[in-house]
Design a protein around this ligand. Structure first.
Ligand SMILES: Nc1ncnc2c1ncn2[C@@H]1O[C@H](COP(=O)(O)OP(=O)(O)OP(=O)(O)O)[C@@H](O)[C@H]1O
Length: 618
């Protein structure tokens, strides 16, 4: 992604707006702790003011006492001085304690907000690498940022209170020095913004690369890819590629850190020069008798504290400016929620539909240059079993996703009882659809959970879970597991066990059965099933889906031939449709594909017979 496309907060106003947004964030995450911290910071700052003024009084008292004055005032002043110091120490301890919990709460709040957006995002967004980069920046790069920003904000807030009260004390003691102290802060501000910009540019550049690196890391550490990576001896090769991307990242980070260091050094130097000039002025004022010794000492102490506080807050300021554009970027990501929500609100569809009509539907995936499906026109009536047939890449799954409302057509419409899905309440429509994808998820959860995920809104009913499993042919093996249905399916958690691919497919089918939706889309439901399981499945499908509408995708003609209607796709277009006998009589693509599959069986059979018949030549 071009980093110039990313909006950054520019100028004092934008930074202040961002600060306000960050404050809102902290407020929403935990208002009580926030108030406690702010009040204590105020106490600390006032404590500083009291300390400085008390110091001057103490010094004057001491000088008075030395010259024969009253020493009682000195003792009382000393008690006040120590009390103020103790209160400040206590306040500091409580602030440190509370800000940790605020940071955690803000992280929890932000992560939940990020999840809200990702839950609303559509499949099309997940096909978009820019969306993944933004998500990566929000979830990974910005994950710790709210906490850092809050912490630096609190420290800066504390420093600002302190600096403010020291500044008031300085102005009261010597206005010119007070003015000079404002100038000291300018290089710190400029340096901070430079440091922040450098780091944000790095983060924007690195997002895609970081995702690729994490992907390689997952390939090497997750269970699913482990077998192929070992069988192909790929581990070392992939680890080397991972190391290369990591090394490249470190190189880019080092260059960014050099830029940051340069900016920090220049700003520190600038502030120190102004401080030195102010100190020189103070000496001159003392030498000329403009300030008394006590005043000079108090101003010097205040200046020292001011300088220390300011220079001590450079790291925090840099961190604040580093976090600012990242948090601004995060805010922009979170703002997507509103846009995505608008997309979801729409006309409510009836629970049971009568007709699904695809009207001249054309769809092209993002960043591709050809239509995956084009000019598709057909109708599915409630209760029909419609099969989609065609060679690999002909557009069957794409059509299924369009019907399920997972993608929006580029042109044309998918209408449910006359309502275009574009205008409908998609969440409600998806409740009416049960889809079993060919690449279904193998949830590393219990058998019960794997089935119950089909309808999480329904009250827990073990009988229904078992009924769905029985219909899908999964009850037999699930019951035999060590903890039966409560066994975790996946050995990576709690002594769970893995299943065979065919068994997994039956569990996924059970999930679809359990959903009990009026429209069922089965994308290659029998791909991993043995012949007996396939036959059993279709017996139960007919039984279970007597009152339902079924869209069936399969390369197995034994499976599709029973459908009421078969739609044949080629290169994303419908080339034929009809019942099995009609399509065979048509002698078109369907008949050709059917003949190829049938002859493959026969040839295999003959080939095997030949092998048996012909003796092996020595
Ligand atoms: N997310 C995607 N992004 C870009 N192109 C895609 C995406 N998914 C599928 N395609 C492309 O769309 C076309 C149709 O794919 P689709 O998955 O619908 O085919 P299919 O008929 O289901 O194939 P198969 O029989 O192999 O499952 C293919 O050319 C494929 O490369």
């Amino acid at each position: 992604m071009d980093p110039r496309q990313v909006q950054r907060p520019k100028g004092v106003r934008a930074t202040l707006r961002l600060l306000a947004a960050a404050l809102r964030l902290v407020w929403r995450a935990g208002p009580r702790d926030f108030i406690v911290v702010v009040v204590l910071q105020l106490v600390q700052a006032l404590g500083f003011l009291a300390l400085i003024l008390q110091l001057q009084r103490l010094l004057s008292g001491l000088i008075d006492a030395n010259t024969g004055g009253n020493a009682q005032g000195v003792a009382a002043g000393l008690v006040l001085f120590i009390s103020a110091n103790a209160v400040m120490g206590l306040a500091g301890a409580i602030i440190n304690n509370r800000r940790q919990i605020i940071g955690e709460r803000v992280t929890l709040y932000i992560s939940s907000e990020i999840l809200k957006v990702t839950c609303l995002a559509e499949l099309d967004d997940f096909d978009d690498s820019d969306f993944h980069d933004r998500l990566q920046r929000a979830a990974v790069s910005a994950a710790g940022r709210p906490m850092m920003m809050v912490q630096s904000m609190i420290t800066i807030g504390q420093s600002l209170f302190t600096l403010g009260s020291l500044w008031v004390a300085l102005v009261m003691l010597q206005p010119w020095i007070g003015l000079a102290m404002i100038v000291v802060a300018v290089p710190v501000w400029i340096g901070g913004t430079r440091v922040g910009e450098a780091y944000f540019s790095f983060i924007v550049h690195i997002a895609g690369m970081d995702r690729a690196r994490m992907y390689l890391f997952q390939l090497l550490t997750m269970r699913d890819p482990a077998k192929e990576i070992r069988a192909f001896n790929l581990a070392r090769y992939l680890a080397a590629r991972w190391r290369d991307t990591m090394t490249e990242r470190i190189g880019m980070l080092a260059a960014t850190l050099r830029k940051q260091l340069r900016a920090s050094l220049i700003s520190t130097l600038g502030s120190n020069v102004v401080l030195a000039l102010a100190a020189g002025t103070l000496i001159v004022l003392n030498n000329r008798g403009v300030l008394t010794l006590a005043q000079t000492a108090a101003v010097a102490a205040a200046m020292l504290l001011f300088g220390q506080n300011l220079l001590g807050s450079i790291a925090e300021t840099n961190e604040f400016f580093e976090s600012a554009p990242i948090v601004s970027d995060l805010n922009q990501f979170l703002a997507l929620e509103e846009q995505l929500m608008r997309h979801r609100a729409g006309i409510a569809l009836p629970e049971r539909f009568e007709r699904i009509a695809l009207e001249d539907v054309t769809f092209r995936y993002r960043d591709t240059n050809r239509d995956a499906v084009a000019n598709i026109d057909f109708t599915i009536n409630a209760g029909e079993v419609v099969a989609l047939v065609g060679e690999n890449g002909s557009g069957k799954t794409t059509l299924a996703k369009l019907i399920a409302g997972l993608y929006e057509p580029r042109s044309g419409a998918v209408c449910i009882d006359g309502v275009d899905l574009k205008d409908a309440d998609l969440t409600a429509w998806r409740e009416s659809v049960a889809v079993l994808f060919q690449d279904f998820i193998k949830y590393a959860l219990t058998g019960t959970d794997n089935i119950r995920l089909g309808a999480t809104g329904r009250p827990d009913d073990p009988d229904q879970v078992r009924a769905a499993a029985t219909a899908a042919g999964a009850d037999e093996f699930l019951s035999r597991l060590p903890q039966a249905y409560e066994t975790i399916l996946g050995p990576q958690f709690g002594r769970g066990v893995d299943l065979s691919l065919g068994q997994w497919q039956r569990v996924a089918l059970a999930r679809a059965f359990y959903r009990d939706a009026p429209l069922v889309i089965l994308d290659e439901p029998t791909a991993s099933l043995d012949a007996r399981a396939e036959r059993d499945l279709f017996d139960s499908v007919r039984q279970l889906y007597r009152n339902k509408t079924v869209v069936l995708i399969s390369h197995r003609f034994s499976t599709v031939r029973t459908a009421d209607r078969i739609i044949v796709l080629q290169d994303g277009r419908i080339v034929e449709q009809g019942s099995h006998p009609q399509l065979i009589a048509n002698n078109g693509l369907y008949a050709e594909l059917f003949a190829i599959q049938a002859s493959a069986f026969i040839e295999e059979d003959l080939g095997h017979s030949d092998e048996v018949r012909q003796p092996v030549q020595p």
